[in-house]
Design a protein around this ligand. Structure first.
Ligand code: NAD
Ligand code: ISE
Length: 340
């Protein structure tokens, strides 16, 4: 069966996912798109033989759309996700699920009333081979009980439109999701420590930031977010347990020896670093849709958790204090219950 997909938002990542659904994943086809930028939507639709429709609602309700992908601007996600749930169609929503926690809760309520999961949130790191291997090692017990995690999320540069709050909302949000999943644990408090600022930043920006988290089980996590590191896109993660540690591998790169030096390249952007993860994410999501099964990836609850925790980080950056995260103490039974 071919899964027919409607895409809402044909900007940068929307176009990349349309390319993926058309040329990489087998058994999927993009049949309808919408973007408030009509010219862009039409141009993109033409490249894959889809129709550009007049509203997101029309895409969701189209009879030749089996499932919806939302890749518009963050503040517009909730409206389209709620529309898809109302139509009873599976919906893949890029992060964030919604920019406001109240909107995430409305989505959770609507999905729960529907009675089965329809929503998957685009936290693609759960599909990265390195993180998956790391989770296996942690779950095998080989390193013993996890005690600490050290992480770094570095980008070469960011544009002037990037704000200090985006270090949490746009950047750290990926670690927040993948760490909750890796440790099968919940974040209970956050703090942001601000080192000396790099001179290679736009004047308004606090960069770097060190984010500190404590989980329900008492695991301590430190995350360096440094978005003007100059040298490349670099993701590091090391989990230390009672009996050993497990570290995320660097992406494979050949070693070059020349002129008295040995060197390996460093990737420059997140697209290259997580390309395979994005492919796997969509392959598995499309399979679940084709089989009429619930999605197994990040849920609406995970999307809510990420929005709550990034909100707490922004508050912590402003106050300089430790901010408790109380909203996640009870996960509804619909999403697996409990959070310790
Ligand atoms: P973008 O600005 O390139 O594209 C967004 C598009 O949404 C634009 O074409 C805009 O016209 C359109 N749009 C705005 N409001 C709309 C509405 N109400 N209905 C339909 N379309 C609307 O942005 P982008 O970089 O493609 O990011 C889109 C989303 O994907 C964001 O939420 C972003 O956080 C997320 N994203 C995720 C990752 C990841 O690693 N998973 C990476 C980049 C972006
Ligand atoms: C970007 O917005 C993303 O979502 C990428 O996945 C992330 O790694 C990058 O640092 C962000 O700027």
């Amino acid at each position: 069966m071919t899964v027919r997909i409607g895409v809402i938002g044909t900007g940068m990542i929307g176009q990349d996912h349309i390319r993926r659904l058309t040329h990489v994943i087998t058994g999927t086809r993009v049949t309808a798109v919408f973007d408030i930028d009509t010219a862009r939507a039409e141009e993109v639709a033409d490249t894959v033989g889809a129709r550009a429709l007049a509203t997101g609602r029309e895409v969701i309700d189209a009879p030749d759309v089996d499932a919806v992908v939302v890749t518009s601007w963050g503040p517009t996600h909730a409206e389209h996700v709620l529309g898809a749930i109302a139509a009873g169609k599976p919906v893949f929503c890029e992060k964030p699920l919604a920019t406001e926690a109240e909107d995430c809760l409305e989505i959770i309520e609507a999905e729960t009333a529907h009675g089965s999961r329809l929503v998957q949130v685009g936290f693609m790191r759960r599909y990265d081979a390195g993180y998956r291997e790391m989770k296996k090692v942690i779950e095998s017990g080989a390193i013993g009980v996890p005690l600490m995690v050290h992480c770094a999320h570095r980008n070469a540069t960011v544009p002037a439109s990037y704000t200090s709050a985006m270090a949490a909302q746009d950047t750290a949000v990926h670690e927040i999701d993948v760490l909750r999943w890796l440790l099968d644990d919940e974040i209970r408090s956050v703090q942001v420590v601000t080192p000396r600022r790099t001179g290679k930043r736009h004047a308004h920006l606090q960069d770097p930031q060190i984010m500190l988290f404590e989980t329900a089980e008492g695991v301590r996590i430190d995350l360096e977010v440094f978005v003007n590191c100059q040298y490349g896109y670099d993701i590091q993660c090391e989990t230390v347990g009672e009996d050993g540690l497990v570290r995320l591998p660097d992406p494979a790169a050949v070693s070059v020896r020349t002129a008295g030096r040995a060197s390996t390249g460093i990737l420059q952007d997140w697209q290259g670093r997580f390309e395979n993860a994005f492919d796997t994410e969509f392959r598995e999501w499309a399979e679940s849709v084709a089989n009429g099964a619930e999605p197994t990836g990040p849920s609406a609850w995970d999307g809510y958790a990420a929005t709550v925790i990034t909100g707490a980080l922004v508050q912590a950056l402003e106050s300089g204090g430790i901010v408790r995260v109380d909203a996640l103490e009870k996960r509804p039974a619909f999403y697996g219950g409990d959070t310790r």
